[in-house]
Ligand binder design. Structure first.
Ligand SMILES: *Cc1c(COP(=O)(O)O)cnc(C)c1O
Length: 356
């Protein structure tokens, strides 16, 4: 019924570009599939969605999102299963988070069921682009931006919602080195840190570049008030293991993005009887544990990288070495289980995967 009411207009590309892809050399986020989905909001409602050949979008110079930042996005992945079917991992969580980002940014909400159905239908159209090799997937980028042609600060009355997809391989090609940031902030209490909104990423580039110049891939953000508590790392949530317990900063504060990957990691751990704590995590606690050898594991969790083991933590003028990768049996087991779930190699007891 939903499919009927959605009534997507589909115009296929005259020729697919999929045969031109060099699968052995796939840069992250630079190869785009044949089509894009577009749906406009005007006169107080969403208009008919359309799937059309991928291409440029022409915009007016006064397009309000460029000037005032009403722009949000999501990131998720579709995988080819061993039985040939296509699965999307927990898209309803992305739909919910997208709706929350809409609310925070004064943008019109897309009903969650409709969001999932638009993603599902689009992935179905692009199914030829889903890589079959291990560790490869189709990255899905839904996004929305304000389109009023008006130089005045107020919520736009028109928007574009779009989806495109990129076939991708692994995000990090080496274990990650991070630096604990004690001056710059990603988000502050009462701000927009919980929303996946464009400005958060623009604001992080300068401090991140400084970190990169010092030899780190990513920063570990700390609270903006005291820089005493750990929040997340770059565009990943962060998880530690101490005393055989998985520990991650609690999401109660609105400064941390509520990640679907971290949620899956902690849900799996709980299902397996591994103790999990979501609470405040102080910088001091982590540095002490890293020094005395009780920090068993540390990794980033996010859609792009899934689980990215962190091997070095920079703090002030020290660089602390974390335990070697082969000792991190819990996070390796969780990552393999997640990969197997998406690939349909194991049962999916909680119905996390949407079959396209
Ligand atoms: C997207 C994102 C994450 C990870 O969320 P997932 O749903 O796991 O992909 C974490 N932190 C930030 C700041 C993000 O933008």
């Amino acid at each position: 019924m939903l499919q009927e009411t959605l009534n997507i207009k589909i115009t296929k590309a005259s020729e697919s570009r999929v045969s031109e892809v060099d699968w052995s050399n796939l840069p992250f986020g630079k190869i785009f599939s044949d089509h894009m989905l577009m749906m406009e909001y005007k006169d107080g409602e969403w208009q008919q969605p359309e799937i059309l050949p991928f291409g440029n979008v022409s915009i007016h110079p006064a397009t309000s999102s460029i000037h005032y930042g009403q722009s949000i996005f999501e990131g998720m992945k579709a995988n080819r299963r061993v039985d040939g079917k296509i699965s999307i991992f927990r898209p309803e969580m992305n739909a919910k988070r997208f709706a929350e980002s809409c609310e925070r940014m004064c943008m019109p909400v897309i009903p969650e069921k409709m969001f999932v159905e638009l993603v599902r239908k689009f992935v179905e159209v692009e199914s030829a682009w889903i890589p079959e090799m291990d560790d490869y997937s189709l990255y899905i980028r839904p996004f929305m931006f304000a389109t009023d042609e008006f130089i005045g600060i107020r919520p736009s009355e028109t928007y574009k919602f779009m989806i495109f997809t990129c076939p991708v391989g692994s995000y990090y090609t080496e274990p990650v080195r991070v630096k604990i940031e004690e001056f710059y902030s990603r988000a502050s209490v009462g701000g927009v840190g919980r929303a996946k909104t464009a400005g958060n990423y623009g604001a992080s580039l300068y401090p991140a570049r400084k970190g990169q110049q010092e030899g780190f891939h990513q920063l570990v953000w700390t609270d903006s008030k005291e820089h005493k508590y750990i929040e997340e790392s770059g565009t990943m949530n962060i998880v530690f293991m101490m005393n055989d317990t998985l520990i991650s900063p609690s999401e109660e504060s609105d400064t941390i993005l509520r990640g679907t990957t971290k949620r899956a990691v902690l849900d799996i751990a709980k299902m397996w009887g591994i103790p999990v704590e979501e609470r405040k995590v102080s910088v001091e606690e982590i540095i002490t544990a890293a020094k005395n050898g009780t920090l068993q594991d540390c990794f980033g969790a996010g859609t792009a990288a899934t689980i990215a083991p962190i091997v070095k933590i920079g703090f002030r003028d020290e660089v602390l070495e974390l335990p070697p990768l082969e000792t991190r049996t819990t996070s390796i087991k969780i990552k393999n289980y997640l990969d197997d779930l998406k690939a349909g190699k194991v049962e999916d007891p909680l119905n996390w995967c949407l079959i396209v």
